[in-house]
Every structure is written in C-alpha cells, then in structure tokens.
Design a protein around this ligand. Structure first.
Ligand code: NAD
Ligand code: ZN
Ligand code: ZN
Length: 370
C-alpha cells in the first residue's frame, strides 16, 4: 500500500513529504493507521544531525492509532484495537525486560537505524529502504511496526490526547517519579519546560514535592508550568539557585531534572549546584553522542554523595506504565488536554518544528488525514 510520510534525507534540510510504499505485516508485525503524532524535540535532533541516524528516515516516535491488520504470531493486539506506541519496544524476555527495565530493552538497539528485526525495512521508495524513527515513524499515515512497540489502550480514550503518552508524558513524569524518586516534601528543580519538562512538573507534583521549581527563559513555558503544578518559576538558573537556597534554608534541592532541548555542560552544572547532599541530577535532554555534556567535580559528587543519573523513557515500563498514566489522566490526576498548544497536518511538519524551535509550543500534535 501507499503512505504519505515526512522524511529526512539529509541533515539540516527541510523535512520532505513523500508518498512511499509500505509492505504488509509479517511475523510479529502489525499494520497501524496512525491517527496522531506528537512533535518531540528528539526528531529535530535527527533532522539537525545531533543524533546520528541512518537516512533516509521517516520521522516521528510519539504516536497513536488503530491496528488495521496483524501478521502471523501476533498476540498482543488485534485489528481494531486502539494503540499508543512506545518509542522503545519491549521484548519481555531480554535481561533488561526480565529485570523490570523495559526502557533499555535490547530490542531498542536499532531505534536510530529504524529497521525492524531482520533487518527488515517495511517502507521503501525512490531512495531505497527507509528507516522509521524509533522503529515507528509516526509522521506517516500508516506504519508497519513490531507488536512489541504497540500498547493496547481503552477504546474510549481520545487518541488525540493519549498520543502524548507515547513519549513526552512518561519521559517527563517518570524522570520525576522513577529516576529522581521524588518523595513527599521534596524540593525539585526542573530545567526546560517543553513536552518533557512540563510532565516532570506533573510527576514531581503528583509524587508530593513541596517545591517544584522550574527554569525556562520563555514566559509562556513558565506560565504553563505554574498552571500544571510548579510552585516557583524563573528565567535563569542563577535566580533559581538563590531562591532554592532561601526556600530550603541552604539544604538545597533533593533533585534536579534536566529537560532542556539541547543539553549542555552549563545546564548539567546548574543542576548539580542546585541539589544538596544526597541529591540526584536526572539527565533526560540530549545532545550529540560525542559531546561531553557532564563536566563536574568528582570530589563534590563523592563528598556530598550526589548522584547523576541518565533517564530513558522516564525509566518507565511501557506495557504497564502507559496504561497507568492513561488511568491517571482518566481520573484527572494528570493533564493532557492542557499540554497541546497547536495541531498540524502532515504537510505542516516543518512549520510545526519551527514553532517548537521558536518556543511557541508546549507540545504540537500532528493530526493525520487518510
Ligand atoms: N531521555 C529520553 O528518554 C528522552 C525522550 C524524549 C526527549 N528527550 C529529549 O529531551 C529534551 C527535551 O525535549 P522536548 O520535546 O521537551 O523539547 P522542547 O524543545 O519542547 O522544550 C525544551 C525547553 O527547554 C528550554 N530551554 C532551552 N535551553 C534552556 C536552558 N539553558 N535553561 C532552561 N531552559 C532551557 C526551552 O525554552 C524549551 O521550553 C530534548 O533534548 C529531547 O531530545 C529525551
Ligand atoms: Zn520523544
Ligand atoms: Zn527486552
């Protein structure tokens, strides 16, 4: 079948819309009709070459849709199911899945190559075999994905909102709840309020933090954070540092969660300085693989028993945490509707990313037409 998709051929060029060929689902695979896709900063990293990916690549890794057809041996979903995609697949049996760490499942090894186990490229076109971002490629009307990337959700959930639970919500929420292990009464500092950071705010608040301090140079972001549970908002790390010193009587924050668009050593240092003894820095934002974004005093780390932790997918287990977070949404404990600033068509993908880079969106969502 044919599908229209947003493709990166070459870095630092506009994303192109192209009609591509999509093979049917084989063993363990499913055909999904994507209804919605979220515009996450990680796709920009691919387009800018900050995250080196195999090209050409169909972008998009935050997605939701309806299963149209299943291949042989598929047991997790059936035709007609509503699905939220997980940007890391989970096989259930590798060392990491088996020890409750699905976000580092061995099957995720090819998310930046974009092919399915085989290697197998269900998408082909004028430039040969196309990878799909995170083995999903949600900026396409249809996709053939592995069943291990598909999480069935309640049929009555609005997918235009649930789509955010494919990346941004669990990544941010889990960075606070799982990686930082925020406890009642904590002081938490969150650097960067995009689709990820705003959900770190929601996670920290839900876990019972007393002070949820956000830092973002943009006023619209700080306002949204305050609306969704932040208690203090600052434009600069310096202002936050002073305020955290005052509000904790010098004990400093229990955790700092770093969710800026492009991670730098300055941001990591700011977070490291904002936490006190026994505190944790959570690094969620990304930069080039070879960029040394962590330059800190190891002795301070040791003497203050500080920790610096990487967080992937908020250290969530997609099969259980995606339904859990959607349950919190249904109960009103997590907001999703309020996170969506603007919607776009597939053809408007470049406009959507301009808006993201200009800081206009908390989250933009692509609405697919079929
Ligand atoms: N670890 C993971 O599992 C994972 C998953 C998804 C995304 N990410 C990464 O997380 C990061 C955030 O993604 P997003 O979609 O929320 O991005 P975004 O562009 O929507 O938001 C980033 C925010 O950071 C702010 N910012 C930039 N520089 C800052 C600074 N020095 N101090 C404070 N704020 C600053 C911007 O104003 C913006 O509001 C990206 O690097 C993305 O690739 C990681
Ligand atoms: Zn993402
Ligand atoms: Zn696994």
């Amino acid at each position: 079948m044919k599908t229209n998709a947003a493709v990166v051929y070459e870095t630092n060029k506009p994303i192109e819309i192209e009609e591509l060929d999509l093979d049917g689902p084989r063993e363990g695979e499913v055909l999904i009709r994507y209804t919605h896709a979220g515009l996450c900063h990680s796709d920009v990293h691919i387009a800018h070459g900050d995250l080196e990916a195999r090209l050409p690549m169909v972008l998009g890794h935050e997605g939701a849709g309806i299963i149209e057809e299943v291949g042989p041996g598929v047991t997790r979903v059936k035709a007609g199911d509503s699905v939220v995609c997980s940007f890391i697949p989970n096989c259930g049996v590798c060392h990491y899945c088996a020890t409750g760490r699905q976000s580092i499942c061995d099957m995720g090894a090819t998310i930046l190559e974009g092919y399915l186990p085989g290697p197998r490229f269900p998408i082909t076109g004028p430039r040969g075999e196309y990878g799909a971002m995170c083995m999903l490629g949600t900026f396409s009307q249809y996709g053939v994905i592995h069943q291990n990337s598909a999480v069935k959700v309640d049929d009555d959930l609005p997918l235009d909102k649930a789509v955010l639970v494919g990346c941004g919500v669990p990544t941010g929420w889990g960075a606070a709840v799982n990686t930082a292990n925020v406890r009642a009464g904590d002081t938490v500092a969150i650097y960067g309020v995009g689709g990820i950071g705003v959900n770190a705010v929601q996670g920290a608040r839900y876990a019972g933090a007393k002070n949820v301090v956000v830092i973002d140079p943009l006023e619209n972001k700080r306002e949204k954070a305050m609306e969704l549970g932040a208690t203090h908002a600052f434009a600069t790390a310096e202002e936050a540092q002073t305020a955290i010193t005052d509000m904790t009587r010098g004990r400093m924050a229990d955790s700092a969660i770093l969710t800026v668009g492009l991670m730098t050593s300055e941001v990591v240092s700011s977070g490291f300085n904002a936490i006190g003894k026994g505190g944790t820095v959570v690094v969620t934002g990304l930069n080039k693989i070879e960029e040394e974004t962590i330059q800190l005093s190891g002795s301070v780390l040791t003497l203050f028993r500080k920790q610096v932790k990487g967080s992937l997918f908020g250290d969530c287990n997609p099969t259980t945490d995606i339904p859990k977070i959607l349950g919190l949404y249904q109960a009103g404990d997590i907001k999703l509707d309020e996170l969506i600033t603007k919607t776009y068509t597939l053809e408007q993908v470049n406009e959507g990313y301009e808006d993201l880079l200009n800081g206009k969106n908390v989250r933009g969502v692509m609405v697919h037409e079929h």
